[in-house]
Write a protein that binds this ligand. Sequence first.
Ligand code: SF4
Length: 271
Amino acid sequence: MKLSPITVVSKTPRTNCGECGYPTCISFATALTRRKVYYTKCPYFKADEKFIKLIDQLFVSEEKEKKPGISAVTLIEKRLKYKNFKEIAEPLGCKYYEENGKEILELNYLKYTARVLKYRDVIEVESNKKDFDVWDKILILNYLHFAGKSGLSGEWIAMEEMPNSISKVKALKRDCEEPLKEYFAGKKELLKERVKNLSGKILKEGCQSDLCFVINVLPMVPIRVNFWDEMPEEGFDANVKFLFDKNALDYLDLEALVFASEKVVSELIEE
Ligand code: SF4
């Protein structure tokens, strides 16, 4: 069994009592899978030994995982040294300028701003995002490394329509669509508010669900979310579907698209 917000939340009573410091059981479960909180913070958490072991492994593996993250950054940084910042700026929706002998690419990242600085052999990334970490950095550096040029098609597709995407479709469902659905079922207005706070755009035209919105994770990586609210009296559960621009793979690979989607979910849930 893999730990996911859904498997973790099933071990709580789902009463949303708030004693753990999180407003709902699903936000607690999401935080736990991101190693931000340990299960003992929920006094009502009930799981067998096997499940607790899985949680422990997750926390133990944190240190081990830090190193691949850091070496991935080093690798992309090395490749980026040879990229012409001036040339890639416009197609990627970045602003290019020079400051104190440094070349700078400035770009929007979710509702934040990020700057990638290059001077001599050094690449630095900075952002006004509060918890900006190594994984945010990898996402931004990957985007610059891909240096897509195709532009946005304006056509939305599901991940299922992208080549070799079976395992990533599962990850997208498990780590993004399910947690968003669980958290916002019956709370469409709250979701709307959170989308606006994240500088997202609510779509009115062509929306066949109860709420459609677009969040620009990176300038050329918009993610569209279709949300159907639950209708308990009619026996319908809520549903969520993530969609991507048809040219999305020109800007990020499948894994990074899932990761970008996870960022959208955590910003909406944790705000
Ligand atoms: S303390 Fe447990 S039951 Fe209460 S909100 Fe947190 S996770 Fe849910």
